[in-house]
Ligand binder design. Structure first.
Ligand SMILES: [Zn+2]
Length: 310
């Protein structure tokens, strides 16, 4: 991405380097990729006193909040209310490190794009705040953000949370290299904010009431694919501004592919379980991103009616 002359956003909170020692007292349930296994172990062992723990973990999994890029690890970003402390970061539009500066510029371009798009619809866009953190950080409504949860959007406080070490993880663990891979990740999370701003998240939460788990998963997939579409629409804008480098779109497509549910499950569990998909397959995610890139509008981004296999 040709980011040299792009402006930085003023909506960045830099919490990196702040102590996360206050989270030492959390329940100790790392709900990372091994979390479900641990839960099963507890259920099977039936040890006295573990029941309450199981209930708490289940509550975390159900009410955890937050929409992440992959969700494979998202259970780990939650904890009890008593452990949530308010952290105020440095408000800055002048980050000095390359990673922070790049993300701040990408964020600024999402602000320019969505402000324009909302205006066309007679609406006003209120930008999200990007929180950069390391290790763990408090959210308002989504428990404690944990680095291993990956980037996520918290609808409660309308902020996007990114541990900048994820940039290296994206390249090394997910095989998605290049600056535009990370730009796509941020644009996807901003896409969730756009969904929140237009009231779609409220509708989504209402629609989730009283439906089965697999139906809820399907609904979640539609929400996630739309965030991919919105990221694609933003990429269309970036292209129009002449800011794309050769290979950028391929980097984003590779990133969308690498966080598809089937690809992640194959990698983590050695098998694919379509019923448990929450974000869509690699093919679906890349297709909706490409569609957004093609049209760059709201109109073609309806992932809620009709087939998601386009
Ligand atoms: Zn998402």
């Amino acid at each position: 991405m040709k980011s040299d002359n792009m402006r930085e956003s003023s909506n960045v909170e830099d919490r990196r380097g702040q102590s996360s020692g206050s989270y030492g007292g959390r329940t100790g349930m790392g709900m990372g990729s091994g979390g479900l296994g641990l839960l099963l172990q507890l259920l099977l062992s039936g040890r006295g006193g573990s029941k309450w723990l199981i209930l708490i973990v289940l509550a975390f999994m159900i009410f955890g909040g937050g929409f992440s890029l992959t969700d494979m690890f998202s259970g780990s970003k939650t904890t009890t209310d008593s452990q949530i402390i308010q952290q105020e970061g440095t408000q800055t539009g002048d980050l000095t490190d390359a990673e922070g500066e790049f993300l701040s510029k990408v964020l600024a371009s999402t602000e320019d794009f969505w402000t324009k798009k909302f205006q066309e619809e007679g609406r006003t866009y209120t930008p999200t705040t990007l929180v950069l953190y390391s290790g763990a950080t408090a959210t308002n409504g989504c428990g404690v953000g944990q680095a291993q949860a990956g980037p996520f959007y918290c609808p409660g406080d309308k902020k996007v949370y990114i541990d900048t070490s994820f940039i290296r993880e994206l390249a090394n663990r997910y095989g998605a290299k290049g600056d535009f891979a990370m730009a796509y990740v941020l644009a996807h999370e901003v896409g969730h904010h756009v969904q929140n701003e237009v009231g779609l998240m409220d509708e989504y939460n209402q629609a989730r009431q009283g439906i089965s788990e697999s139906q809820a998963n399907q609904l979640n997939v539609r929400l996630e694919l739309q965030a991919d579409y919105l990221a694609g629409a933003w990429a269309n804008y970036v292209q129009g501004e002449g800011l794309l480098d050769q290979g950028d779109i391929e980097e984003a497509i590779q990133a969308a592919y690498s966080v598809g549910d089937d690809t992640l499950q194959e990698k983590n569990y050695g098998r694919v379980m379509p019923d448990t998909f929450t974000h869509g397959s690699s093919e679906q995610r890349t297709k909706w991103f490409k569609r957004g890139f093609q049209y760059g509008d709201f109109e073609h981004g309806d992932t809620f009616s009709g087939s998601i296999d386009i």
